[in-house]
Structure formats: C-alpha cells, structure tokens
Write a protein that binds this ligand. Structure first.
Ligand SMILES: [Zn+2]
Ligand SMILES: [Zn+2]
Length: 436
C-alpha cells in the first residue's frame, strides 16, 4: 500500500506563512533567541561540507599541519563569521560573575575562540576555562580540517550489505567495522562521519534487530510491541520462515521527521545508509517543518531509487499531518531531533497531540542531559502516554562537539540521548459485574 504523493499545497503554505508572521513580538524574540541557540547547537544546514561533482578538483586550502587558527584571523571566512557572532552575542564569564556584562572580544591563544573581554580577565578566568579550552581547541581543528579542501576519504561510504554479512549495531566502532567503512582510521574521521550519520543511524538503531537497546532495560513491554509491529514490515522474510502461508508485507515504512533542520540538507547518500540496513523495505522520509526547505524552495517529493523517497515540506507539522490519509503503527513512526519541547511547549502542542492519537512510535533526542530532561518534564506534565524506550544515552550520538556561540562554555553532542513514547492505549476493560 503506497501512499499517494503529497502534492505541495500552495494554500496551506500561504496560511502557514501568514500564521508565522502573526506571532507576537515577544514570541518572535523568544523564537529568535531559540533559533540562534538551536542553529548553533543544531546547525540549519550541512551544505558546503560536500563538494559537488563539478568542483571535483577543489583546491587544498589548509595542510594537515596547519589546522589551528585563531577564529577571528582564520583564512576561512566561515570561521571568522563564527568569531564575530560570539563577540556580538557572548558575555565575558569573569565580568558576568562580577555582575556586569562585557562582550568577549579577547581571543584565547590556546583554543582560538573569543572567550573574555580582555587579557587580564582571560588570565583571571584561566582555571574555569581550562577544561572547555581543550574541547574548543579540538573543535577548532576539526572545523578547519572539514573545510581544508583535502580529499575526504572518510566520506566514501559502503553500499549495500551482502545478505550473509551480519551488521553489529552495538556502537559506532563495530558498526563501522561490520559495515566495512573505509578509512575510519583516526578519531577525527570518526567524529566527522558520526556528525552526519547520527541522523539515519540513530533511526536505524531503534528499528534494527541488532539494536543496542535491550528489552527490560531500555525497551519497555509496550516498546517491544511497537517495534514488533514495525518488524513485520522491516523483516518480511522472518515471517515467511515462521509461517509459509503468511503474506509478505512489502509496504513502505514512513518516517516523519518533525521540525527537520540540518537533517533535511544531508545528501541522499547519507540517508541511503539507513536503507542499506533494511534491504527488503522501501522507506519514505518526510522532512517537515519551517526549516525543512531553503526560503526559495517549494515543497516537493523526490526519490533516490525505488526504495528511498523523500518529501520536503516547510509546513508546520500539525498542518502536514492533516494531509496524510491514515497512520498505521505497522508502517509509520515519528522522530523529533532535539525539538526543544520544554522551551516551546505551546508551539509543539497541536503536533504532539496528533502524534499521540496515531499510536505510532515517537522517538525524541536531546543534545545533553538537561535538554532531554526539559523535554521529558514538559511531555510528562501535559500528555498521557506510554513509554516505549526509557531515556538513555544514544549509542549513535554525534561524537563531534558543537559550540553554542552565545556561550562558548556550553558544548553539546547532537542526539546525545534518546527516548521513545506512544499514545496511551485504552484497552476495553472487562467488567466482571456486567456478566453476573
Ligand atoms: Zn571581562
Ligand atoms: Zn581557550
């Protein structure tokens, strides 16, 4: 049962845009601050990291022994922009502790980031800065390496897996090994690749039969039922072995990504890594949310091959939901990557209510412990639901840290943790008195 293609609804698009313009000023400011923080901790785009085929001979800008640069003096404009952002929106932590605000205009010579208002305060705040300083230094060199123009061998990914070659999904290391990823020989390469693959492989890790999460530990009884339903479609041959008469289900699995941002800009070969792990199943990935498309793009559906389809739509999810005919726990699931539900409770409410009605699994990630806790508290407060995956550290988190440009003391790992819920099932309760 393939769903009919969802055509772009101009009307809906205009309605959504009008609605976003009517946000009150206060809400816009909150939204702006959140977007700013979120685009730093959750980048809007991965464009620019991958070379297009017509610039195959991109020139090497930085040699491997020349990756550290003070951000504001970096040969790469993108890095200099980052320094300007920090100098504009950040605060000197020493000044802050003394109760006043000054911009961090002084560049720490060890990590290259603007950290304090002056050399004196940098010296005074040295102890407190020490730990994050080495993290920032690593991020500095990683970011320059990523844009150095060298040929990125680690981004040459394997294709389909042989049917007899089992994939081990316990963690990144064994995943790369059993999937035969070439050139994953340095921690830096692993950090680069994990930052991109965290999106498709986090999804795969909760669905795959070699999932790192265990029944009774992270996966609840309700979770087991939800995943078993999806597995009848993801592993149709298992069913055949059990019962030769059983019909092989060949439906498409729909993955709805709510509030999609950077993950919507990942090249298709990154998403193919999800499809390769389930060789019998067609996937349709729906990237939905105001940032799912660049401002000049119209909503559209496209495919990589006969097994992988993408829809991009910048509607609010609650509106997009209405365009889908039917949701089925056997074929449909939802993912929200660091949605910030706790910060934006009212905004998420109409969408979450609709998700819970479907009884399909909903998986949510957070970029650190407090981000997860905020979201969990907000959901526990406002909704009735069943746990399917108890909050846990995500084995497939990004291993590359992102820096909050509004406060460089805060660094995060994309998809650090994961949890899963679904709408509560109200079973028909047997009333013994009625039978007597
Ligand atoms: Zn200061
Ligand atoms: Zn430093």
């Amino acid at each position: 049962m393939n769903r009919p293609w969802i055509s772009a609804s101009r009307n809906l698009f205009l309605r959504t845009t009008a609605r976003q313009c009517s946000l009150t000023r206060a809400r816009l400011t909150v939204q702006f601050r959140r977007n700013l923080t979120q685009s730093v901790v959750r980048p809007i785009s991965f464009k620019g990291i991958f070379r297009s085929s017509n610039e195959e001979k991109r020139q090497v800008l930085l040699e491997q022994d020349n990756l550290f640069h003070v951000l504001s003096k970096s040969p790469l404009p993108e890095m200099r922009d980052r320094a300007s952002m920090i100098k504009k929106y950040g605060t000197c932590p020493v000044c802050e502790s003394e109760g006043h605000k000054n911009k961090p205009t002084y560049d720490c010579p060890d990590c290259g980031y603007p950290t304090h208002c002056c050399e004196e305060h940098h010296h005074q705040g040295r102890e407190a800065h020490k730990e994050v300083c080495s993290v920032l230094r690593q991020v500095n060199e990683d970011d320059h390496d990523l844009r150095s123009g060298r040929s990125m061998k680690e981004f040459e990914f394997p294709s389909a897996q042989g049917f007899d070659e089992a994939v081990n999904m316990a963690n990144w290391d064994v995943f790369f090994y059993t999937r035969s990823f070439p050139s994953m020989d340095s921690d830096r390469s692993i950090r680069h690749v994990s930052k991109l693959l965290t999106y498709p492989i986090t999804i795969a890790s909760v669905l795959h039969q070699a999932t790192p999460y265990k029944y009774g530990e992270q996966i609840t009884a309700e979770g087991m039922r939800s995943i078993a339903a999806l597995k009848t479609v993801l592993y149709p041959t298992n069913q055949l072995n059990n019962d030769a008469q059983a019909q092989v289900r060949t439906e498409t699995v729909n993955i709805y990504l709510l509030g999609a941002r950077a993950e919507a800009t990942l090249p298709s070969h990154i998403w193919l890594q999800l499809a390769y792990l389930f060789p019998s199943t067609p996937f349709h990935i729906h990237f939905v949310g105001p940032d799912a498309l660049a401002p000049n793009q119209e909503p559209h559906t496209t495919s990589v091959n006969e097994r992988l389809f993408f829809t991009y739509d910048n509607a609010l999810y609650e509106d997009y939901h209405e365009k889908i005919e039917k949701f089925d726990p056997y074929t449909d699931l939802f993912f929200m990557f660091s949605p910030g539900i706790g910060h934006f409770k009212e905004g998420w409410k109409p969408s979450i209510e609709k998700l819970l009605e479907t009884k399909c699994p909903i998986f949510i990630t957070g970029y650190d412990e407090s981000d997860m806790d905020n979201d969990i508290k907000a959901v526990e407060q406002d909704y009735q639901f069943d746990w399917i995956l108890k909050p846990t550290v995500n084995e497939y988190r990004s291993l590359k840290r992102d820096v909050n440009l509004m406060d460089v003391r805060q660094t995060i790992l994309a998809n650090y943790g994961i949890w899963g819920i679904r709408g509560k099932r109200y079973d028909v309760v047997h009333d013994p008195e009625a039978n007597e």
